[in-house]
Design a protein. Structure first.
Ligand code: AMP
Length: 403
């Protein structure tokens, strides 16, 4: 079993006067014309920032944002709008700093007043960040007393600020922030000796993206519900006609393996029995309900049908632990969002522990206004998926108590 995660409670500030904390956050929020369109990751960062401020720390925050080229400043990817939001939430001044690699930056940090915080400009303006560069990490860590990682959504990446910077600090001066702690508690803890039945719901575009997690859950779940486009590869394997639906022909044998593993472990695989279809993949296309598991040749399945929704909802509501990863249909288009909405509603009604993996299912449950009705909505798509697959994330490995 992996060693214990070090948390804020493990930090010992005695002997430090207003310690300087390097705080890695995941402030990679969506922006439209320079305006933050979803603040989830900003508000999720606040508890740790406030905790450190209450302890009298000087806080130097940093994050990446989007995919800049990595050779200098690009206005489109500036963290400036994020800094403004942080300042508004915290009621403090947030100083955005672009020159943090310059000599003497650590001395500037020493002069921070209690009502000031520093936000380093987008780490990915420097290509060394994604290369995990150790020299870059040394410069970033200079003058800092403690390292705190609260960037859960980036923990599956071995970027410099996630691993090499952490390694610049002795183990007793690095730890996870409150968000990372919560994510690990839910995403790992929920499946440690869980009460049955455990139901895992998978959806989204491709089987190929989710092979590892599907395989993993054949040894964890009692029920595996499969919706979204990936259901059509399963249905095709089982001999159904799926019309023009998206099928990954080269993954049919893998589907066979998953089904055999599930059967051997008595895991119930629950597939759609009806569909909402269309003649083409286009917004505004007319939804046509298909009452059987088979789809006529001229149609493609873009959502699960009403009978499937009812079957899925029954299994979800009677579960003790539920995890949801991937929408049931093209939920971005209203006409094909009903299946995902009904899954979200069933999760909200379930009295067990209900966890929504990040990415599109998180976006869906937020869009349906049900995020506060489930136990946990992960802030990390890729990170939550790798964790659920059973992988040790590089950003987490360096925060374990004994390595
Ligand atoms: P993923 O990132 O793998 O979770 O996939 C999410 C995407 O899958 C969303 O953009 C959905 O619109 C898409 N999707 C879900 N169901 C279908 C479907 N039946 N046909 C095509 N795309 C789908």
């Amino acid at each position: 079993m992996a060693a214990r995660l070090r948390t804020l409670m493990d930090l010992d500030f005695s002997g430090f006067n207003r310690p300087v904390v390097f705080l890695r956050l995941d402030l990679n929020v969506p922006l439209k014309a320079g305006v933050v369109t979803d603040e989830t990751r900003i508000t999720a960062a606040l508890p740790t920032i406030n905790w450190l401020l209450e302890k009298g720390c000087r806080v130097v925050m940093c994050s990446h944002l989007g995919r800049p080229k990595g050779d200098g400043y690009e206005k489109e990817f500036s963290l400036s709008p994020v800094g403004e939001k942080l300042a508004a939430h915290l009621g403090k001044e947030v100083l955005l700093c672009g020159d943090y690699l310059m000599d003497g930056f650590d001395r500037i940090v020493q002069q921070l007043a209690p009502n000031q915080l520093v936000l380093l400009e987008n780490l990915r303006f420097h290509k060394q960040e994604q290369k995990g560069d150790k020299d870059f990490a040394k410069v970033l860590a200079k003058g800092m007393d403690f390292y705190v990682n609260d960037a859960f959504g980036t923990c599956h990446r071995a970027d410099a600020s996630m691993v090499a910077v952490a390694e610049e600090f002795p183990l007793e001066r690095r730890c996870a922030g409150l968000l990372v702690q919560k994510e690990i508690d839910f995403l790992e803890g929920a499946f440690r000796n869980p009460q049955a039945p455990v139901t895992a719901i998978f959806g989204g575009a491709k089987v190929s993206d989710k092979i590892a997690i599907l395989q993993k859950f054949t040894s964890i779940a009692n029920n595996m519900i499969i919706g979204g486009a990936m259901a059509y590869t399963f249905l095709r394997y089982m001999g159904h006609n799926v019309g023009k639906s998206r099928v990954e022909e080269d993954k049919l044998s893998l589907v066979g393996e998953i089904l055999r593993a599930a059967e051997a472990r008595k895991v119930k695989i629950i597939l759609p029995v009806d569909h909402v279809c269309a003649t083409e993949f286009a917004e505004g296309t007319m939804p046509i309900t298909c009452n059987t598991a088979d789809i006529p040749d001229n149609l493609m399945g873009l959502d699960i049908g009403p009978r499937s929704s009812a079957i899925f909802a029954d299994a979800i509501r009677s579960s003790k632990v539920v995890v949801w990863n991937g929408p049931m249909g093209v939920f971005e288009w209203d006409a094909f969002a009903t299946g995902s909405r009904s899954v979200a509603e069933a999760l909200a009604q379930c009295e067990g522990s209900t966890i929504v993996g990040g990415g599109d299912s998180a976006a869906a449950i937020v869009a349906f206004g049900l995020a506060d009705k489930v136990s946990h909505v992960s802030t990390g798509g890729g990170a939550s998926m790798e964790l659920l697959e059973g992988k040790e994330l590089p950003g987490i490995r360096v925060l374990r108590a004994a390595l």
